[in-house]
Design a protein around this ligand. Structure first.
Ligand SMILES: CCCCCCCC/C=C\C/C=C/C(=O)SCCNC(=O)CCNC(=O)[C@H](O)C(C)(C)COP(=O)(O)OP(=O)(O)OC[C@H]1O[C@@H](n2cnc3c(N)ncnc32)[C@H](O)[C@@H]1OP(=O)(O)O
Length: 282
């Protein structure tokens, strides 16, 4: 093999370095680009990245790991080329074991706070459907680039779910109030054109690598800022949004649990899960 070829291969190998998140699971994968210092955090729970307890814990650990290792930014994406995330794993909510449900909801609240308040610049390369909490993951980031042909939004009310305040806030942090309110009440899923029109997403990409490049460019726009000053300013800007969850996480947990355990919620969920299963068998 020519020396120049070996050099090129070494360079390719050096460009992206996988870092573990200490728990050895592959539910999320983190790769840091050695050149830019930007970490790509990939959701990797087949078939559709539905967020169960293990994925939420793993995701939270990866976000923290990215901050600890001094990465310059975080790009959130999916290993599935059709689904960014299908939201909460509904099996976690259906006839739940109460201890697991408590751990699950705590992990959800903690993960959202970690992503929403992350010290590093964050961007979502949305390479598939981003449904409900899938959309919440994207809106917790500072910038969103999406591929055409997919849907994004929170359609909870269509299925009789009331959304908890932090989910509401994640919409309100990117959409004008009247648009957020209308979309939530309608249970609207946005097409890419609609999402772009209301600024639910910032840019359209023509493929996953284009989306990653656009996200990296956004993150690069902070190159001349001082990281601590940026992080603190972001935290201050978002302080009001997280007040409820930071001041009273257990109260928020209690309210959600009470609602999830109602016969009304459980019956509705049962019907929805059955529909979802029968659809996937068509
Ligand atoms: C006052 C306080 C109130 C507190 C209230 C708390 C309650 C929570 C209330 C609101 C917040 C809710 C947040 C959520 O995130 S709920 C989740 C909502 N998500 C969905 O409805 C998505 C449903 N899925 C789809 O629409 C599709 O799967 C798809 C478009 C994402 C992908 O389509 P496709 O590629 O065709 O895949 P399949 O549909 O065939 O699915 C494959 C497989 O996966 C199962 N599955 C899909 N989504 C979920 C899910 N979210 N949870 C669990 N399982 C899911 C699907 O059933 C198939 O399974 P299989 O039959 O076994 O193969």
């Amino acid at each position: 093999m020519l020396r120049s070829q070996t050099k090129l291969m070494d360079l390719g190998r050096r460009l992206c370095r996988s870092i573990g998140n200490n728990n050895g699971s592959n539910l999320t994968m983190v790769e840091v680009d050695d050149k830019t210092g930007i970490a790509t955090l990939t959701l990797n729970k087949p078939p559709v990245n539905s967020c169960n307890l293990e994925l939420l814990l793993d995701l939270n650990e990866s976000i923290k790991q990215i901050e600890r290792n001094g990465s310059r930014g975080l790009i959130l994406t999916s290993s599935n080329d059709k689904v960014f995330s299908s939201g909460l794993d509904l099996n976690e909510l259906h006839q739940p074991n109460q201890d697991r449900l408590i751990a699950f909801w705590r992990a959800l609240q903690d993960m959202w706070l970690s992503l929403f308040l992350s010290r590093v610049p964050t961007a979502a390369a949305i390479n598939g459907h981003a449904i409900a909490v899938g959309c919440v993951l994207a809106t917790a980031c500072e910038y969103r680039v999406m591929l055409p042909g997919f849907s994004i939004g929170i359609h909870a009310t269509k299925f009789g779910y009331v959304v908890p305040p932090f989910i509401l806030i994640s919409y309100l942090s990117v959409l004008p109030r009247y648009i957020a309110e209308r979309a939530l009440l309608q249970g609207k899923l946005f097409s890419i054109d609609e999402a772009l029109h209301v600024n639910l997403i910032d840019e359209v990409a023509d493929g996953k690598s284009d989306a990653i490049i656009k996200c990296a460019k956004f993150i690069g726009s902070f190159a001349k800022t001082q990281p601590d000053a940026r992080a603190l300013t972001k935290r201050q800007t978002r302080a009001q949004d997280v007040q409820l969850l930071i001041k009273d996480p257990e109260g928020q947990l209690r309210e959600s649990l009470e609602y999830i355990n109602t016969p009304f919620f459980q019956q509705g969920l049962e019907v929805y899960l059955a529909k979802l299963k029968s659809k996937s068998k068509e």
